[in-house]
Design a binder for this molecule. Structure first.
Ligand SMILES: Cc1cc2nc3c(=O)[nH]c(=O)nc-3n(C[C@H](O)[C@H](O)[C@H](O)COP(=O)(O)OP(=O)(O)OC[C@H]3O[C@@H](n4cnc5c(N)ncnc54)[C@H](O)[C@@H]3O)c2cc1C
Length: 393
């Protein structure tokens, strides 16, 4: 990093304007701190990485803009290799909605700016030396001194590396195609295929909410036969639930790494902290990260607010990944189990369990359960104030 004069001083520099960065920045600005949010993408509506499936708990607890949400989904169809004799599970509640992520990020950015966050788009965090961060934006390089840096820069976080915090090592990769579908009068559905020849260690999926179809595969990068893109093309050609639906020549493509090793242990230090994918805040089993990133961001903002206000060095101790991680043990064990399903024959045998009443009950608990990101509040929860304005709109 070049030596120059410090151009700017802020309370908090947040790196990355995904859901985690936007939410953390808003909460900190709401609490009265001067926040700069640097995002390397020139526009938040482009280069979306996620399918955007939001679970019921998120929809219940966070006020997401209704205009950015697809129709509710209650039906999940699980398929073995070969797609024969699927198991259909239907909830009596609305379980999922697919976020229209571009507009949703844009709405969250407006909320952040209204709270006082200064959003620098097209601005890349490029490193740190002597407590000063280097940002490279449309106007050239800028050196920023912040009392705290928040790494919300995704699964391969550079901030984590620069702050000497833990980094994600256990990753899946995912890719999907998104396109508009005609309304065929069918109930919105989430189709999941358990077949390691399509999705080694995870799932292939079709989410069809009657407006858009998301057709995707994810798994361990080194295990994709012929590569991720080719496997996605193979799956897309026979994707369940879309018979008779023409696939347009132009589709939106999304994808990226998904950390599934559980919450990292060291996610905070005197110079800053990590949130969202950067902190490994993703369910190791379902690979869902949107609910965890919002909840961990609430905790991060709360802890950081106290640290900044009081200057108490111990305040950040409440942001302890190792302690929070304990609640992931069961899901980490199931992740290890899923990783062992290496052939279609083993997947078919495992799938037979899903056809039994206990198997269906277990699947319902995972897919329709009330659990969400565990314990993402400092203990004892009752002794602390409720999070202020957990909102995105
Ligand atoms: C294919 C796929 C599908 C998924 N589907 C779902 C789903 O349906 N439901 C669900 O709950 N989870 C899903 N996930 C996981 C979920 O998307 C993530 O856990 C969540 O989006 C993480 O949000 P985040 O803000 O931490 O990170 P991100 O959304 O990755 O945001 C990080 C931001 O940091 C920016 N950035 C990175 N480096 C720098 C830098 N040096 N300087 C400035 N900016 C930088 C990036 O441009 C990006 O905008 C999916 C993931 C993938 C890959």
């Amino acid at each position: 990093m070049s030596q120059g004069t410090v151009r700017e001083e802020v309370d908090v520099l947040v790196v990355g304007a995904g859901l985690a960065g936007l939410h953390t920045a808003t909460r900190l600005a709401d609490a009265g701190h001067a926040v700069l949010l640097a995002e390397r993408r020139p526009a938040l509506t482009g280069a979306v990485r996620t399918t955007g499936i939001l679970v019921r708990k998120t929809l219940d607890d966070f006020a997401l803009p209704p205009g950015c949400l697809g129709p509710p989904i209650r039906r999940v169809v699980l398929y073995p290799p070969g797609l024969r004799r699927p198991v259909t599970l239907v909830s009596d509640r609305d379980e999922y909605r697919v976020g229209d992520m571009g507009p949703l990020y844009a709405a969250a950015a407006r909320t952040a700016q209204a709270a006082g966050v200064r959003l620098a788009l097209g601005t890349r965090y490029a490193g740190r030396a002597d407590g000063v961060s280097l940002l490279v934006g449309p106007g050239g390089p800028a050196r920023v001194r912040a009392r705290s840096v928040v790494g919300a820069d995704g699964a391969r976080s550079r901030v984590a590396r620069d702050l000497g915090l833990d980094r994600n090592r256990h990753l899946l990769v995912g890719a999907e195609e998104v396109f508009a579908v005609p309304d065929r009068g069918l109930p919105p559905a989430f189709h999941c295929v358990l077949d390691p020849s399509l999705a080694p260690g995870y799932l292939a999926w079709v989410v069809d909410d009657g407006r858009h179809a998301h057709v995707g595969v994810a798994g361990y990068a080194e295990r994709f036969p012929g590569g991720l893109r080719r496997t996605l093309a193979r799956f897309a050609a026979t994707a369940p639930g879309l018979a008779g639906v023409p696939r347009p020549a132009e589709v939106e493509r999304r994808g990226g790494p998904i950390p599934v090793g559980g919450l990292l242990r060291r996610i905070g230090c005197a110079d800053g902290l990590l949130v969202g994918d950067a902190a490994g805040a993703v369910s190791p089993l379902t690979a869902g990260g949107l609910d965890p990133c919002l909840r961990l961001s609430d905790l991060a903002a709360e802890v950081l607010d106290e640290a900044l206000r009081t200057g108490r060095p111990g305040a950040l101790a409440a942001y302890d990944g190792a302690a929070l991680r304990a609640a992931f043990r069961g899901r980490l064990a199931l992740r290890r189990g899923l990783a062992q399903v290496r052939t279609p024959a083993v997947a078919a045998a495992a799938f037979a369990l899903l056809r039994t009443p206990p198997g269906r009950a277990a699947a319902r608990r995972v897919l329709f359960g009330d659990r969400s990101f565990p314990g993402a509040r400092p203990a004892p929860a009752a002794a602390r104030p409720a999070p202020a304005g957990a909102r995105l709109s």
